[in-house]
Ligand binder design. Structure first.
Ligand code: ATP
Ligand code: LTN
Length: 332
């Protein structure tokens, strides 16, 4: 048995992967891949809470897989799979949904935000989404869940559900902890620096996608919304500049104070251009690897097939216990 602590996380293929996803989640998966036993999946079942075009969803799912690999996730060190290939996820979700209170789900800020944006499609999946997320995590007995700040509330629910099940029946699930980066846990839109950079945002100029070309990145940073203060400094009154400093610092591993010093007496123009260049330098090699990988469908298939096979074994083991404790008669 492996002594390593277990990490589990996923990203929805509901659009192209963003710089926010990279800094808040993916980069930390890659940075920690040697230290933990890792399960990383593409959360396609979560994507359909918002209406998707089937052909686009299929493409975005493979794109996400190629991007996981291009960012440096090593299939030898991580179990990488597509969520819908492991049917234990929705099965456990059903059991857990019978232990989740409507009030708990009603409090979820992501549900409140998303329902405002999807008034014409307020479906039950959008409401129960955090229960499926809990199942994703608990099936693998995760110790840590590397996510951005916006997922903290879902993690709290996951912990509550794990303890509730353990108390009602007997010890079954490990109670997981969020693993949220100290810096960059909430990258903001370049156009609206008071709201999160999200892959489903309407204003694409505020969102950097990992596959953006250098020209696109340059253009978006040039247009990034700042303020009228005119001094590069890190504070809440200047959310645009604060966000750019965070991006610069996380990608170069330089402390914010040092960067601020470099721009003393200089205007925003130079600073915005330089942040753009830092981002290009970080993302360019990833885009190049992605382009090579995405044309190799056979290779991608071999990764997700073997990933699903390995994930399934672990997930089934947990689900079997849950069904047994719930009182379902085992088939074998
Ligand atoms: P959508 O806009 O469709 O909701 P999203 O990009 O916000 O998409 P996910 O695919 O669910 O959401 O996010 C995957 C991971 O990326 C999660 O761990 C989430 O916390 C993290 N993440 C998403 N956006 C940001 C951001 N702006 N800053 C930091 N982390 C983020
Ligand atoms: N809910 C997450 C995506 C997600 C996830 C997970 C993250 C689905 N299942 C399990 C970590 C662990 C989101 O909206 N960002």
């Amino acid at each position: 048995m492996s002594e390593k602590k277990i990490m589990v996380s996923g990203i929805k293929p509901s659009g192209k992967i963003t710089l926010g996803n990279y800094i808040g989640a993916l980069k930390n998966w890659v940075d920690n891949q040697d230290e933990f036993e890792n399960y990383y999946f593409i959360a396609d079942l979560h994507s359909v809470t918002v209406r998707q075009e089937p052909a686009k969803l299929r493409k975005q799912t493979l794109d996400s897989l190629a991007l996981y690999l291009a960012c440096g996730l090593d299939p030898e060190k991580n179990i990488i799979f597509i969520q819908s290939h492991v049917t234990a996820h929705p099965e456990l979700s059903w059991v857990l949904s019978n232990m989740t209170y409507m009030g708990e789900l009603n409090r979820m800020t992501q549900f409140k935000d998303k329902s405002k944006k999807n008034e014409e499609n307020l479906n039950a999946g959008l409401f129960t989404y955090p229960v499926l997320m809990a199942a994703d995590i608990l099936l693998y007995q995760a110790d840590y869940v590397p996510v951005g700040e916006d997922q903290k509330q879902h993690l709290e629910l996951t912990r509550d559900l794990a303890s509730r099940f353990n108390n009602r029946y007997s010890d079954t699930f490990k109670v997981p902890e969020p693993y949220i980066p100290k810096a960059g846990a909430r990258i903001m839109s370049l156009q609206e620096p008071t709201s999160k950079m999200g892959k489903s945002d309407d204003n694409e100029n505020g969102v950097i996608y990992i596959t953006d070309t250098p020209e696109e990145i340059r253009r978006k940073f040039k247009r990034a919304v700042t303020d009228s203060v005119g001094i590069v400094q890190y504070n809440d009154e200047q959310p645009g500049i604060k966000n750019l400093l965070t991006i610069y610092s996380v990608l170069t591993k330089r402390p914010i104070e040092d960067i601020v010093k470099d721009y003393e007496g200089k205007g925003y123009g130079d600073f915005k251009t330089d942040v753009g260049e830092v981002v290009i330098e970080a993302l360019n090699p990833i885009r190049e690897k992605y382009e090579a990988l995405i044309s190799d469908k056979k290779y991608l298939q071999s990764i997700y097939q073997s990933g699903a096979e390995k994930a399934e074994k672990i997930a089934r083991k947990t689900l079997r216990k849950v069904y047994k404790k719930s009182g379902f008669v085992p088939r074998f």
